[in-house]
Design a protein around this ligand. Sequence first.
Ligand code: NDP
Length: 470
Amino acid sequence: MEATRRRQRLSSNGGVSETTEEPAGQWGRAWEVDWFSLSAVILLLCTAPFLVFFFVMVCDQYQCSVSQPLVELYSGEATLLSIWEKAPSFTWTAAQIYTVWVSFQVVLYMCVPDITHKFLPGYAGGVQDGARTPAGLINKYEINGLQSWIITHALWYANAQYFHWFSPTIIFDNWIPLLWCTNILGYVVSTFAFVKAYLFPTNAEDCKFTGNVFYNYMMGIEFNPRIGKWFDFKLFFNGRPGIVAWTLINLSYAAKQQELYGYVTNSMILVNVLQAIYVLDFFWNEAWYLKTIDICHDHFGWYLGWGDCVWLPFLYTLQSWKLHHTLPTTHAAAVLLLGLVGYYVFRSTNHQKDLFRRTEGKCSVWGKKPTFIECAYRSGDGGLHHSKLMTSGFWGVARHLNYTGDLMGSLAYCAACGFGHIHPYFYIVYMTILLVHRCVRDEHRCSSKYGKDWKRYTDAVPYRLLPGIF
Ligand code: NDP
């Protein structure tokens, strides 16, 4: 059955692909945009920046009450303009802070090659291969996110304890002016990536033009835009400056609480600890991250560029506004348990797939040899490739238990805020929409990629997130 005619050819960056005449699914993002996707794209482009502003502004001005500004608008007590004018605006101080921050992260990313992998057992840092792109290329990445995170946080700690160059509340104190700065960078980066795709793409074979300017701008054209050999837009903007900042933002909120009330609540500590575990997990597994959808399937546009600069740091840390109460011990224990179990499911599921793919199935999952479905697909250059879809371990229970674990963790962060306000629960609502949509999007892509083999897989593992339900 493998008696198919194959030839090997070298793709433009040196990656090797095989070609054959055997039929298989065709890989890659759609070339044509349906009306539903286009409407969603335009809606998001028009509303997302205002949504972020709204959620941050209500905390700054209305004690996180989402209904209060709407009531004031309805009763005529306020106008859109008066609400807008009440919120702090752009400041040059925030611009300086943000410029120093982003520049520092660029320097750590570009100029400090990873040494942590030399002494941290089990950590995969340094130069690593990414996944095969739709055009059949395999890019190399310098993985040094963990090192950047450690250096940044060590400096933050040294400043707070010894140097006192700036206040640990600096982020909180400049929060809305910083929102302006992140928006500027988010739009500049997305627009630059859009123009670059037309004028000087990094890998022209991996560009996708749909013919619709809004869709191209939002979902991206280039697959892996780079400047020079190593400055990879996706890896940099996805991981830093947003995710390195995540834990610092939380620390800044905790510092503000200490300054205002003289103590830090258990709910604040819980969220700081649970989210720090999630962030550290991300950097510890940065090489694995090269094989996730963001890096190996999504193109780089406003969705990733603006999303990483603005949406992530501002909306993923929303809970911190509502952590000024001490939780009863049972409530705190329940939140901790939910967060840790969620993290366990999330990490173990991701780990099982990674182990399975790295060893090509020659490993042990839950004490047994994993079962799988063999599948084939074609890359854009016509090459035929083979892959395996695991049907045991967590991947035999449901097709995306990693998302389920992520959602449990997200719910824990929100539950740490108590049940008095709906504002912090925006995060779990958003994560549910994001991950359910991602699940559907990924399955659509996998179905195009693997064709009938994907159908065999979904027959073997019928549920997506919750066995027996969805
Ligand atoms: P996955 O890591 O689940 O990757 C999906 C891909 O895995 C599929 O496209 C397919 O790729 C491959 N695959 C699917 N089923 C199987 C199987 N049974 N066996 C082997 N390979 C399989 O998805 P993501 O990249 O979206 O997510 C990674 C993690 O990141 C998740 O835990 C998610 O929760 C988290 N995440 C968090 C976000 C946040 O904002 N906090 C945002 C997005 C993700 P292939 O083409 O290689 O076959």
